[in-house]
Write a protein that binds this ligand. Structure first.
Ligand code: OGA
Ligand code: MN
Length: 301
């Protein structure tokens, strides 16, 4: 039986039911992949995947991006609850990274190879808040007026996690965890053409800064004006999680952010990230300097 794909009342997103992600036949997988390309974000309520099944589902979309030093670890906890069961305090590094997720972003754009997709599942949810929200950058690009499209054509921005975390007061030393182990700042065009659908999309978010050719103030203003304009209805959807829900989104054309909640309560999510295809997700700046960009001592700032 084909799964039921119900579009969300926004320019992106669909809720997919009448399937078990852990046991898809070929026809079901084809329907899911097609819906992923059409809608950019798929919500699968009540799947309760094991970690292994979540990794297997993500793996259908491509290679798993390793977010931890351990190559066996293909899923990571996005959680304010520590392994000992206590809740993180506001001064902890991981807590600041979680708060950073509250700014609109796309995953791994600050890495030489940006992510294709991310899978998130809810394990423990707070009593209120803690939604995840997504915004459709294909529809945002389409909604720009001609003058703005002309202005941004040919512009690129640097992407940096040091920069985006510094903006919320989190100053991080090189070498302190994922995204902080390289100094390279990939330069990525503001308009990205989707490798499968061919649709142009804005490629912006909190990691983007320092547009070459503009001074710092102009660059910040352009990027924040674009973000403000882009992340509005009907281009957004916020999901109120139930434990067991699984979501996948396309980082190549969709931004996302976490919404606040009472941080004294536990919120435990499981994240698996699908690596980008180097042919289309490797930053143009890095195509010639692949080796240098992956080298922790690279200093191309
Ligand atoms: C992520 C992320 C948002 C959330 O896992 O990449 O940004 O709502 N998560 O936890
Ligand atoms: Mn994220």
């Amino acid at each position: 039986m084909e799964p039921t794909v119900t579009p969300i009342d926004a320019t992106l997103g669909a809720v997919v039911t009448d399937l078990e992600l852990a046991r898809m036949d070929d026809a079901t997988w084809k329907a899911v992949e097609q819906a992923f390309h059409a809608r950019g974000l798929l919500v699968f309520p009540g799947q309760h995947l094991t970690e292994e099944a979540q990794v297997a589902f993500a793996n259908r979309f491509g290679n798993i991006e390793l977010l931890a030093a351990d190559p066996e670890q293909k899923a990571v906890a996005i959680s304010n609850r520590k392994p000992d069961g206590t809740i993180m305090g506001p001064d902890e590094h991981r807590y600041k990274s979680l708060r950073g997720n509250e700014g609109w972003h796309t995953d791994s754009s600050y890495m030489p190879l940006a992510a294709k997709a991310s899978v998130l599942s809810a394990q423990v949810v707070p009593s209120a808040g803690g939604e995840t929200e997504w915004a459709d950058m294909r529809a945002a690009y389409e909604a720009l007026d001609e003058a703005m499209r002309r202005r941004i054509a040919g512009l690129s921005a640097h992407h940096s996690l040091y920069h985006s975390q510094a903006k919320i007061g989190h100053i991080v030393q090189t070498g302190t965890g994922y995204g902080f182990h390289t100094k390279g700042e990939p330069l990525r065009p503001l308009v990205k053409v989707h490798p499968v659908t061919g649709r142009p999309a804005l490629f912006i978010g909190r990691h983007a800064h320092a547009i070459p050719g503009l001074d710092e103030a102009e660059s910040e203003k352009l990027l924040s004006d674009l973000l403000d304009f882009a992340c509005r209805p009907p281009r957004t959807y916020a999901h109120r999680w139930q434990p067991g829900d699984v979501v996948i989104w396309d980082n190549r054309c969709v931004l996302h952010r976490a919404r606040p909640y009472d941080y004294r309560q536990a919120r435990v999510m499981r994240h698996t990230r699908v690596a980008g295809d180097p042919a289309t997700e490797l930053a143009p700046t890095d195509r010639d300097e692949r080796a240098a960009a992956y080298e922790p001592s690279a200093s191309n700032r």
